[in-house]
Design a protein around this ligand. Structure first.
Ligand code: PPS
Length: 287
């Protein structure tokens, strides 16, 4: 029988960090004092973070796309990766990416929080290709989807358990400073969701989307097709034989990866973990 392979992580306190991530920056991220003008883009990994980072960046740059010589993660930085000082050095208003549960995320009642949820099936597949592709972070180039699935369903991956993250934010989905979106709804109607983000951010941003040229530009440059171009803007380099970071952008890609038994196990977990919560009807649960 083939031996299963696990991704490698740096174990730090109770967290798994991608290798090469600085534990000092990670710790310092938690000390960041959220400011009234901050907007946090919060997700479990692979749920639509980069897409939303680019939407908010374009909203705050009059509908211009991120130039080719910039990286979104320096503009809308990942708090746990870069640490508190880096984020503090940015001028306000700040847009900040995190993959933290509600309780761990820096909180200020006047800060805003955009949370994007994605169904766990597509998330697991996307996270598998991410983990396989960033060889220096995970040493998992030979890992199969079956190997990764076991880690994912047990919550033994970086950023912790999918359900812990989702459920912590679902409880706050109707808070006045939280905008809770799904990847599937963004795919289904990007325009409505971009407008919802602008409304949530405030009048200055509503004015932007009332300008048809700006709105059309944001729609165009944040489409999957546009974001597939010039991908050095979104992440660090991946070896050319690995799938690109902006990979497929589909709802339902999981169907060509999951076995019958994996589908049943994750469906069962989704059913159990979300029962009685506002997450139970977010997605149709496969049989
Ligand atoms: S990360 O590493 O956590 O920041 O990844 P994240 O950006 O959250 O998720 C990456 C997945 O989102 C898809 N993606 C998009 N889908 C549709 N439209 C746009 N514009 C878009 N941009 C990124 C990306 O392709 C990854 O999903 P998969 O299923 O792997 O294609």
């Amino acid at each position: 029988m083939k031996q299963s392979i696990k991704p490698s992580y740096t174990l730090h306190k109770n967290f798994r960090l991608p290798m090469g991530f600085s534990p000092e920056n990670f710790d310092s991220g938690f000390t960041y004092q959220a400011q009234a003008r901050d907007t946090f883009i919060v997700t479990y990994p692979k749920c639509g973070t980069t897409w939303t980072q680019h939407i908010v960046w374009m909203l705050s740059h009059d509908g211009k796309p991120l130039p080719l010589d910039k990286n979104i993660n320096l503009e809308v930085p990942h708090l746990e990766e870069v640490g508190s000082d880096f984020v503090k050095s940015l001028s306000e208003p700040r847009f900040i990416k995190t993959h933290l549960t509600y309780d761990l995320n820096p909180y200020n009642p006047d800060s805003k929080y955009i949370y994007i949820a994605r169904n766990p099936f597509d998330c697991a597949v996307s996270f598998y290709y991410h983990t396989q592709g960033f060889i220096k972070h995970y040493d998992f180039a030979e890992g199969t989807f079956d190997d990764f699935f076991e880690c994912f369903i047990n919550g033994e991956v970086d950023c912790g358990d999918y359900f812990d993250n989702l459920l912590s934010w679902v409880q706050h989905k109707n808070d006045q400073n939280v905008l809770f979106l799904t990847y599937e709804s963004m795919k289904n109607n990007p325009k409505i969701n971009i407008i919802a983000i602008a409304k949530f951010l405030g009048d200055n941003y509503v004015e932007k989307v009332q300008n048809t040229q700006i709105l059309e530009s944001i729609l165009h440059h944040t489409s999957f097709t546009s974001m597939s171009q010039n991908q050095s803007r979104w992440s660090s380099q991946r070896p050319p034989n690995m799938t690109p970071f902006i990979r497929k952008g589909k709802v339902g890609d999981w169907k060509s990866h999951f076995s019958v038994s994996q589908t049943q196990r994750l469906s069962q977990k989704l059913r159990m973990r979300t029962a009685g919560t506002e997450a139970e009807n977010l997605w149709q649960i496969p049989e």
